[in-house]
Design a protein around this ligand. Structure first.
Ligand code: NDP
Length: 240
């Protein structure tokens, strides 16, 4: 029987590639988004994958949203916590609002969404959760204390939840992408991006489908022994 998957922020960028790859792998996919109705509708028209709007930073909206998906597609087996934002500013200029928005969305969103699906996965003794972290959560990044803290938190969250899910057949893993060619990176000034690309050993930005490939691996039926890991997909930019 087809697995049911939710991909948060699944209507564009890396999330779109993940939604498509999971659909290709045989899953019934629900893609979520925050507010860009036009992009979401175009995505659904193009792919046939339904799009659902809710804010991952809102715990009640997550619980209600998951209930809607389950009513439409069935019990959720796979959760990909991909939704994320940036609100970059150097520490001295960064406001509490910028800090809170990124922590609540990027890290709080993982908590809220896992809360909504974990009990069902546990009851059914099978689940796959993949959290999209970042190279900047591993290595830090100038002007991103909020983002680096949230993404680093995702890596810790992953390892702790993996321990709680292990005996229940639930794997929890993270992917730490390097710089991927999406809207988020298009917002980086060109001169900064040139310097970043110069530091990537493979000499280019990554492509969204290269992250999706990792998600397909981590959510596969035979990936049950892979848990608590962080898969770095970064062109060799950060190795350890
Ligand atoms: P995009 O900005 O292209 O897309 C973000 C997606 O997340 C959109 O679908 C957006 O919805 C959704 N989203 C944003 N905020 C919320 C929210 N509060 N609730 C629900 N959905 C939300 O991002 P990318 O594809 O570039 O990034 C995807 C993930 O990968 C993020 O977690 C990012 O931090 C991470 N990452 C990206 C890297 C890169 O180089 N691009 C590098 C490392 C990590 P809407 O369309 O409605 O705005």
């Amino acid at each position: 029987m087809a697995r049911v998957a939710i991909v948060t922020g699944g209507t564009r960028g890396i999330g779109e590639a993940i939604s498509l790859a999971l659909q290709d792998a045989g899953a019934k996919v629900a893609a979520t988004y925050a507010g860009d109705d036009g992009r979401a509708q175009a995505f659904t028209d193009r792919t046939g994958i339904p799009a659902y709007k809710w804010d991952v930073a809102d715990p009640e909206a997550c619980a209600e949203g998951v209930a809607r998906v389950e009513a439409d597609l069935g019990a959720v087996d796979i959760l990909v916590n991909n939704a994320g934002i940036t609100r970059d500013a150097t520490f001295l200029k960064q406001s509490y609002a910028q800090w809170k928005a990124v922590i609540d969305t990027n890290l709080g969103g993982c908590f809220n969404m896992a809360k909504a699906v974990f009990p069902g996965m546990r009851a059914r003794q099978w689940g796959r959760i993949v959290n999209i972290g970042s190279i900047n959560g591993q290595a830090g990044q100038y002007g991103q204390v909020n983002y680096a803290a949230a993404k680093s938190g995702i890596h810790g969250f992953t390892k702790a939840l993996a321990q709680e899910g292990a005996r229940a057949g639930i794997t929890v893993n993270a992917i730490a992408p390097g710089y991927i060619d999406t809207d988020m990176v298009a917002a980086v000034p060109e001169e900064v991006l040139d310097k970043i690309v110069a530091k990537i050993p493979v000499g280019r930005l990554g492509q969204a489908h290269e992250i999706a490939r990792g998600v397909v691996f981590l959510t596969a039926e035979d990936a049950g022994f892979v848990t608590g890991s962080t898969l770095s997909i970064n062109g060799g930019q950060h190795m350890y």
